[in-house]
Write a protein that binds this ligand. Sequence first.
Ligand code: PMP
Length: 346
Amino acid sequence: MKEEIKAYDNVLGLIGNTPLIKIKKVTEGLIGNFYAKVEAFNPGHSTKDRIALYIIEEAERKGILTPGDTIIETTSGNTGFSLAMVSIIKGYNCILAVSSKSSKDKIDMLRSLGAKVYVCPAHVSADDERSYYNVAKRLHEETKGSVYINQYFNQLNIDAHYYSTGPEIWEQTGGQITHLIACSGTGGTISGTAKYLKEQNPAIKILGVDAFGSVLKKYHETREFDNAEIYPYRIEGLGKNLIPSATDFDLIDKFMKVSDEDSAHAAREIAKREGLFVGYTSGAVLQAIRQYAEEGEFDENSNVIAIFPDHGSRYMSKVFSDDWMSDQGFFDSVNIEETQKIELIK
Ligand code: PMP
């Protein structure tokens, strides 16, 4: 008998079941045990593969989507990449409205996967007609046979993590997780994962990460939307200038705000000290771990699971570019002797 060839039917079979990896060096000196759920191991290199596949398959199941239709979304890049990838395999067109804050690498990557991309100004209010929310809405109205994924206001974004990320972490930790720490953008990752984990053990603490310049932390604490909290910042994918319904604020115990500069240095440190090439918001999560630790959040029995949302390759022209770091003034207050010099051989 011939041996069976072991192969995936297509790339979508690799979505989910990402590894937990201990992060020991970058948490040196902190009390507790720290593990990263490294979502860069998804085939589209981010956690957004999970929601792209789940939402599209739910729409197919309900008969809303049929091959040849068009998928439309607003995206800081990662969701778009995942939607474009799933669209290729399943035979859909993909149109994406992207913020001008997104790196050129991300936009080029979306185009590489055949998506049509509209770049919209980042620093306009959410209700401005040029905002990527309104551009996507208009494109949806104008395009026959289209589905608007609307990840910020789609319950399925939460469900995707409730049915995958949450159970994976519970199983991988044998139920020993004490804290989940995750960035909040749409809030889908933290809310869906938290919902599953709290159902298993209500004592698990859910720690959110927010950006300076975003409204989420204040809203969580006061239930008030404060415009004064909003100002431009550099981290992509973290924080928000509106309140997404895909965030279940009741499931989150606390939020911590992190700065662009600290998060950038933390992302570079993860690469250099753990050999883990992950993105800007993974740095934000590490920075938040340090700030939570300073507040005495963890003890020696804490098993802290941090979600690292995406891969470092998406930030080559930003956090992983010394020129960019220097232009932002992020090298002004730190010793950069360690920064490798490029040797030119003539
Ligand atoms: N990190 C990155 C790089 C992202 O693109 C996103 C998504 N906006 C997040 C974190 C936050 O994930 P979520 O939208 O599920 O809250």
